[in-house]
Design a binder for this molecule. Structure first.
Ligand code: CMP
Length: 139
């Protein structure tokens, strides 16, 4: 069945001028862009988005990084797009993410406390619904 996923182009992706490239790869895969917005994330949005990581060692640098500049929030739609976007994004660590993926082709380790890995994608229908509600309350 058709599903929706919440994608973020993180501040490293926007800073590096990769927003268009990343959106092009999503569209080339065949997913439809339903909603799109560039914004500076608020503390409340980030706390809600990353609630599951609260208390982990990388949580404070993660929130600092995600607030370090504009990000682009996107809702995509298509059959199995949650699983499909995560496959397109590649694994969390950009150093070892497979070539051919967004993280594998465009990301690397910058020697920082938090992994800057260009994109986020929802990991389940439940988290997609939750995350779409955070970034696009009108959807
Ligand atoms: P994301 O998929 O957005 O979810 C949590 C983020 O935290 C992840 O991408 C990375 O940016 C970061 N992250 C996850 N695990 C680690 C880790 N072990 N060390 C540093 N950063 C991490």
């Amino acid at each position: 069945t058709t599903e929706r996923s919440l994608v973020l182009v993180k501040p490293d992706g926007v800073r590096r001028g990769l927003t268009g490239t990343i959106l092009a790869r999503i569209e080339a895969k065949g997913y439809r862009i339903v909603a799109l917005q560039q914004c500076e994330a608020t503390e409340a949005e980030l706390a809600a988005h990353y609630a599951e990581h609260e208390g982990k060692p990388f949580y404070p640098p993660l929130l600092e990084f995600m607030a370090s500049g504009p990000l682009v929030a996107v809702v995509i739609e298509g059959e199995r797009c949650i699983e499909g976007f995560r496959s397109l994004a590649g694994t969390t660590d950009p150093t070892t993410a497979a070539p051919g993926t967004i993280r594998g082709d465009l990301g690397r380790d910058w020697g920082l406390k938090v992994q800057q890995n260009l994109v986020h994608g929802s990991d389940s229908p439940e988290s997609a619904a939750h995350e779409i509600g955070i970034w696009f309350p009108s959807l």
